[in-house]
Design a protein around this ligand. Structure first.
Ligand code: FAD
Length: 468
C-alpha cells in the first residue's frame, strides 16, 4: 500500500515516526510542499538552508516530489495521481500549521484515506505538560521540572522505504527558488554550514567531544566556540531532541563529571520546548505583547536607527559585531542576540516586532516559537521575561563576555588595532589612542547613535508610564 509522506520540519530518516509508520505499510511518495498560504513563510537565510536540506534528504531517500501552492489542494491532487491510500506527517506547532493540518486531516479522512500525524520535533507535546490545575505553564523552571518527569522516548533507527514517486510529477527543487541567485549573497555559506541529517549528527558528536565539557560556564562567551550550533538542524528537523537527549545522556553516564554541563545543555533544549509550549497555547505570541500593559509602551519609530542597528553601525562594538555576524553568516551567538535585542528595544526603544522580523529574515535557525519568545523575553513583554528595568549595558557585557575583544575584532576589523582593554568602548578613548589604532570616530567607525545613560533613563521613563 502506498503512503504519501509529507515532509515539513522533519527532514531526516532516523527517528522519524511518520516515515517509519509509512514504511511499515509499503512504498512511500515523499513530498515537500512550498505552502503559499503560510503567513510566516521562511525568510531568505532559512530558504537557503531549506534548499540544501531538501537536496540532502532527496539524496538519502532516492526521490522526492516538490509541489507549491495550497497544501490541501496539492495533497488531494497527489493522492489522485499516485493512488496512495494514506498520508502521514509529523506535527508542526505554529498556529497556521495547526489549523491547516487539522482541516487537512479531516478532509482526507472524509475522503476515505488514512491520515495520521506524529510527534517528531519535541520531547513532549505542548499539551502533555500541564500545571497541577491543568493549565499551560507560564514560567520556565516549573515547566522544565514537570517536562523532565516524563523520561524521553528512545530515538528510533533510520528507515529507508521503497520510493514510489512517479516521474514527472510536480516541479523541481531549483524551480521552488529557495536558493538565492543573481546575486548569490550566500556564496560563502557552504563553507560555514552543511545542512542535512549527516552533518547534524556530526555536529552533535563534535559538540559532545569538544564543547560539552565546560558548557555551563562558557556557553555565554561569543569569543569561544562552546555551544552546539545545532539550532538550524533542530529547526528543520534534521535531528530530533530525542536523539540529542539520548546522546547527551550517554555522555554523562560515561563521564559523571559532565553531569552539570549536560543538565545545563538539556535545559537550553528545554527552553526550546518551553517556547513551543508557549506558542501552542498562546498563538498570538509572534503578533502581540504577551503582557498587555506593554501595549501602552511609548515605542519610537526611526528608520535611520533601525537601519544602523541592522547594519551593525550603532557605535557599540558588541552590538555591531553581532549584527554583522548575523548578516554575514546567518547566525549570532545567544548572549549577543540578547544584547543586540535589548539595544533595539531599550536603548533605541524600537518595537520588538522590528527585530523579530529582521531576525526571521536573516537567521538560518529562524523559528517562529523561539524567535518570538526570545524577543518578548528580552523586551520584557513576554512570559517569564527579563524584568524591564534590567537594561544590559552593552559595554559591560562586552567586557564580561568578550574579555580580550576577539569576537569584536573578528566582526569589526576596523577596531582591530585597539588593545584588548580598549576595544570594547572606542568612544571612551582619547584622540591619540584612536589615531594610533587608525580609527577616526564618525568616519572609519560610527560614534554611538545613543548615549547609554540617557537611553537607559528614557527607557525606564517609558516603563514608568505603563506601570501607572
Ligand atoms: P546551544 O547553546 O548549543 O543550545 C542547544 C539548543 O537549545 C539550541 O540549538 C536551541 O535549539 C535551543 N536553545 C538554546 N537557547 C535557547 C533559547 N534561549 N530559546 C530557545 N531555544 C534555545 N533560537 C532559534 O532556534 N531560532 C530563533 O529564531 C531564535 N531567535 C532568538 C531571538 C532572540 C532575541 C534571542 C535572545 C534568542 C533567540 N533564539 C533563537 C535562541 C538562541 O539564541 C539560539 O537557539 C541559540 O543561540 C542557538 O545556538 P546553539 O545551537 O549553539 O545553542
Amino acid at each position: 500500500m502506498t503512503t504519501i509522506i509529507w515532509f515539513r520540519q522533519d527532514l531526516r530518516l532516523a527517528d522519524n515516526p511518520a516515515l517509519a509508520h509509512a514504511a511499515m505499510r509499503g512504498a512511500v511518495v515523499p513530498v515537500y510542499i512550498a505552502d503559499e498560504t503560510d503567513p510566516f513563510p521562511p525568510g531568505g537565510a532559512s530558504r537557503w538552508w531549506l534548499h540544501h536540506s531538501l537536496r540532502a534528504l532527496e539524496n538519502s531517500l532516492g526521490c522526492m516530489v516538490y509541489l507549491c501552492g495550497d497544501p490541501l489542494e496539492q495533497l488531494d491532487s497527489l493522492v489522485r495521481k499516485t493512488g496512495a491510500s494514506a498520508v502521514f506527517w509529523n506535527r508542526c506547532y505554529e498556529p497556521h500549521a495547526v489549523a491547516r493540518d487539522r482541516s487537512i486531516k479531516k478532509h482526507l479522512r472524509e475522503a476515505g484515506l488514512e491520515a495520521e500525524s506524529f510527534n517528531a520535533g519535541l520531547l513532549n507535546e505542548p499539551w502533555e505538560v500541564r500545571t497541577k490545575s491543568g493549565e499551560p505553564f507560564k514560567v520556565f523552571t516549573p515547566f522544565w521540572r514537570a517536562a523532565m518527569a516524563n523520561a524521553p522516548e528512545s530515538p528510533k533507527a533510520a528507515v529507508k522505504p521503497e520510493c514510489a514517486a512517479p516521474k514527472g510529477i510536480g516541479t523541481t527543487l531549483d524551480a521552488l527558488g529557495l536558493a538565492p541567485s543573481n546575486p548569490d549573497w550566500a556564496k560563502g555559506w557552504s563553507d560555514l554550514w552543511t545542512p542535512g541529517e549527516a552533518d547534524a549528527q556530526a555536529r552533535l558528536d563534535a559538540f559532545v567531544e569538544n564543547g560539552l565539557e565546560g558548557y555551563a560556564t562558557l556557553r555565554d562567551r561569543p569569543d569561544l566556540r562552546h555551544t552546539s550550533r545545532l539550532s538550524p538542524h533542530l529547526h528543520f528537523g534534521e535531528i530530533s531532541p530525542r536523539q540529542i537527549a539520548a546522546r547527551i545522556g550517554w555522555a554523562a553516564d560515561e563521564n559523571p563529571a559532565l553531569a552539570r554541563d549536560a543538565d545545563k545543555f538539556m535545559a537550553e533544549v528545554g527552553w526550546r520546548e518551553f517556547c513551543y509550549h508557549l506558542l501552542f497555547h498562546y498563538p498570538d505570541l509572534p503578533a502581540k505583547n504577551w503582557r498587555e500593559d506593554f501595549d501602552r509602551y511609548p515605542w519610537r519609530e526611526s528608520a535611520a536607527d533601525l537601519k544602523a542597528w541592522q547594519r551593525g553601525q550603532t557605535g557599540y562594538p558588541l552590538v555591531d559585531a553581532g549584527m554583522r555576524e548575523l548578516w554575514q553568516t546567518g547566525t549570532m551567538h545567544n548572549r549577543v542576540r540578547m544584547v543586540a535585542a535589548s539595544f533595539l528595544t531599550k536603548h533605541l526603544r524600537l518595537h520588538w516586532k522590528h527585530g523579530e522580523q529582521w531576525f526571521r529574515d536573516t537567521l538560518v535557525d529562524a523559528d517562529l516559537a523561539n524567535n518570538a519568545a526570545g524577543w518578548q523575553w528580552v523586551a520584557g513583554s513576554g512570559a517569564d521575561a527579563a524584568p524591564y528595568f534590567r537594561i544590559f549595558n552593552p559595554t559591560m557585557q562586552a567586557r564580561k563576555f568578550d574579555p580580550r575583544g576577539d569576537y569584536i575584532r573578528r566582526w569589526c576589523p576596523e577596531l582591530a588595532g585597539l588593545s584588548d582593554s580598549d576595544i570594547h568602548a572606542p568612544f571612551e578613548l582619547a584622540a591619540d589612542i584612536l589615531a594610533k589604532a587608525g580609527i577616526r570616530l564618525g568616519e572609519t567607525y560610527p560614534k554611538p547613535i545613543v548615549d547609554h545613560d540617557a537611553a537607559r533613563k528614557a527607557a525606564l521613563a517609558g516603563y514608568d508610564k505603563i506601570k501607572r
